[in-house]
Design a protein around this ligand. Structure first.
Ligand code: HEC
Ligand code: HEC
Length: 280
């Protein structure tokens, strides 16, 4: 008959109480004990090599002298060493030169992303997608020009396109209406008013704009302000950046040449914007 209180016949300590109450000898398996001892040993060893225990006025430093700050500084040094190689070349290269050098250009585009985010994204959007009243930089349609030097000039010197309210001439409501409708259809030159009222002087005979003035192309369906008839009428009536009309549309690109941005930063941004715009 098997002993119901000890079916596996585990050895007992030999002590018996109350006739048949015995204590079994059941040690944990060996692998488990090894694990237990290894783990406390590891804790002690860790404390020997690495900073660990709080002590009076500080902490135990460990014999390796490792610190988190030290590791961070070392990593930073390694990164800066890689950067320095490019940054030195950027000082002497001009923006066009950077564009022509694939390696330098890749580095520049990556490192300018943060500059763009900090200085430009508030108006032009994180990806250069523009916003109400702020031009898109991520297309190949330019007010002032998309070649690298013009872009750099736009950033360094700022821009402020100027169109006088009612183009500075006599314009009746009906004439404004007629001009706005022609422009909304992308055909500004289809009304003789475009010539008669002098719009062509800034927007060109064909209405495609002049980059020297930053006068918008009125034929391409890309709108700086608004493409609705109402919106276009507003632009014609109040102009752009016309100080004599308090309701004039506002379009000021700040000057960055006199800010904390360095020459190198300005070059980097020009290259960055150039590649956003699909420039080659
Ligand atoms: C305060 C808003 C604002 C900020 C900040 C700003 N811009 Fe602009 N940017 C404008 C406006 C508005 C225009 C259009 C000016 C005009 O219509 O005459 C413009 C025009 C431009 C143009 C000319 C676009 C074209 O079609 O020719 C470039 C290039 C440009 N910005 C790049 C930048 C870069 C790079 C930065 C950051 C360093 C920046 N901008 C920061 C508002 C801003
Ligand atoms: C003195 C130069 C000048 C004259 C004259 C002028 N414009 Fe403009 N116009 C501009 C400039 C510059 C801009 C672009 C402003 C900007 O984006 O910063 C502009 C923008 C516009 C826009 C806005 C386009 C858009 O994409 O939202 C319309 C519409 C327009 N002009 C219509 C006219 C009409 C119609 C006339 C004639 C009655 C006229 N302009 C005469 C300089 C001029």
């Amino acid at each position: 008959m098997t002993d119901k209180s000890n079916p596996y016949q585990v050895p007992t300590t030999g002590h018996v109480w109350d006739d048949n109450l015995a204590e079994l000898v059941n040690p944990p398996p060996k692998w488990w004990m090894i694990g237990l001892h290894a783990s406390w040993l590891l804790v002690v060893l860790y404390g020997v090599f690495y900073p660990m225990w709080p002590s009076l006025g500080g902490y135990t430093k460990g014999i390796l002298g490792w610190t988190q700050v030290g590791e961070y500084k070392q990593d930073l040094k390694a990164i800066e060493a890689v950067r320095a190689k490019y940054e030195e070349r950027l000082v002497t290269a001009d923006a066009a030169g950077i564009l022509g050098d694939q390696e330098l250009r890749d580095y520049t585009v990556k490192s300018a992303k943060v500059l763009f985010g900090d200085n430009c994204a508030a108006c032009h959007g994180g990806g250069g997608q523009g916003g109400p009243n702020y031009p898109v930089l991520a297309d190949d349609d330019w007010l002032y020009g998309g070649d690298i030097n013009t872009i750099q000039a736009s950033i360094t010197n700022g821009r402020m396109g100027m169109m006088p309210a009612k183009a500075g001439v006599e314009l009746s409501e009906a004439e404004i209406d007629q001009l706005a409708n022609a422009i909304a259809q992308g055909q500004p030159a289809s009304t003789p008013l475009f010539m008669e009222k002098g719009c062509f002087a800034c927007h060109g005979m064909d209405g495609k704009g002049m980059q020297a003035l930053g006068s918008a192309n009125l034929t391409d369906g890309i709108w700086r302000f608004s493409g609705t008839v109402e919106g276009i009428k507003y632009t014609i009536t109040h102009g752009v950046n016309d100080p004599s009309d308090p309701e004039s549309r506002n379009a000021v690109m700040p000057t960055f040449g006199n800010t904390k941005l360095s020459e190198t930063d300005l070059k980097k941004l020009a290259v960055y914007v150039h590649q956003l715009g699909g420039g080659k």
